[in-house]
Design a protein around this ligand. Structure first.
Ligand SMILES: CC(C)(COP(=O)(O)OP(=O)(O)OC[C@H]1O[C@@H](n2cnc3c(N)ncnc32)[C@H](O)[C@@H]1OP(=O)(O)O)[C@@H](O)C(=O)NCCC(=O)NCCSC(=O)CCCCC(=O)O
Length: 300
């Protein structure tokens, strides 16, 4: 099974070319809210941008705004504008369009490989290796095997199991499903694409990382508030910087933290680490977070 090509490569990020700099993308997994997954739109926008740049250029950053909800009933069109081709840097602007209107605007920048004596990075947090941790699905099965589990919790967890998310996740501190105590706005999990991608195509791995980086990211800002549940949450913007080569079909550590929340918004920042301790990418996102108090069992 591990040798099966990742659906992210065969389908999600495999855009159909309609014309010069115009592509069409289809959907795979749609989250519960029935709006398109932001990571899918960002990943596809980066694929579209990357198709118009030379092979000697590598994605080094992207900046996106999600301006409308993506509609899962229709495909997304990606229109690329060749903003600038420089000697070292090349910039592309991509508009993701549905029903004739933009749902995402994205700027992506590409850079030639350049040596530099300036080189530093933070140190990767010390955590258990992925082989010593359980996947989210295994954790859910464990939880479901408890005799005293409430019927509504069972239904919610079974819905989670039925999700066909094309990425595998192993939380470092397994969540207490339906947890009741406040936690620091920080989380760590190992993550990788399901299936095989292979080494070699760094642009493709950046597109997969863009997909992966939006998963469970904004939820970091909700960790201190177990007494509130999001009645509406969506990413507003998303930025990424790529630092080194990496493989997204191998385990990477996603270190997420939320330095701030307020005004119905939350800010999250993340670092994707290669398991050998090399910093692969950094991410930032602000999202809208409209919450409501969790009802006590007696009031349900
Ligand atoms: C909705 C966005 C963010 C901004 O919307 P806004 O300017 O408010 O637009 P409106 O069209 O006016 O309103 C939309 C909706 O919200 C209600 N609304 C507006 N203001 C308020 C308010 N102050 N209080 C309460 N409710 C308010 C308004 O009534 C409308 O409700 P509706 O009529 O029921 O629709 C907009 O920019 C947008 O949608 N952007 C796209 C965001 C997006 O789709 N991001 C990517 C997807 S999120 C994601 O993928 C996260 C990962 C999930 C996976 C995981 O981690 O598990």
């Amino acid at each position: 099974l591990a040798d099966l090509k990742s659906v992210l490569v065969t389908s999600v990020l495999n855009l159909e070319m309609l014309d010069v700099d115009l592509y069409r993308g289809t959907h795979h997994w749609v989250p519960r809210g029935q709006r398109l997954f932001g990571g899918q739109i960002v990943g596809q926008a980066l694929v579209a941008a990357a198709k118009s740049v030379n092979d000697n250029l590598f994605a080094h950053s992207l900046h996106c705004y999600f301006v409308r909800a993506g509609d899962p009933k229709v495909p997304v069109l990606y229109q690329v504008e060749r903003t600038r081709d420089g000697r070292s840097f090349t910039v592309r602007s991509v508009k993701a369009i549905q029903h004739g209107q933009p749902i995402l605007i994205c700027q992506a920048s590409f850079h030639t490989l350049q040596p530099s004596p300036l080189q530093h990075q933070f140190t990767m947090p010390g955590v258990p290796q992925p082989e010593d941790l359980l996947t989210v699905e295994e954790l859910i099965h464990l939880y479901l095997s408890k005799p005293d589990i409430a019927e509504n919790a069972k239904q919610g967890l079974n819905k989670l199991l039925a999700n066909e998310v094309p990425i595998e996740v192993k939380p470092v501190n397994p969540p207490h499903f339906y947890r009741l105590s406040a936690a620091e706005p920080k989380q760590l999990f190992w993550v990788r694409a399901r299936g095989h991608i292979g080494e070699g195509n760094m642009k493709l791995h950046c597109c997969v990382a863009a997909y992966v980086s939006d998963y469970a990211f904004l939820g970091t800002a909700l960790l201190p508030y177990p007494n509130y549940r999001a009645k509406f949450s969506a990413s507003l913007d998303h930025a990424m910087w790529f630092h080194s080569t990496f493989r997204t079909d191998e385990w990477m550590l996603y270190e997420c933290e939320s330095p701030w929340a307020g005004g119905s918004r939350g800010l999250v920042q993340g670092r994707l680490w290669r398991r050998d301790g090399v910093l692969a990418a950094s991410c930032s996102q602000e999202g809208v977070l409209r919450v409501k108090p969790v009802m006590e069992p007696s009031k349900l």
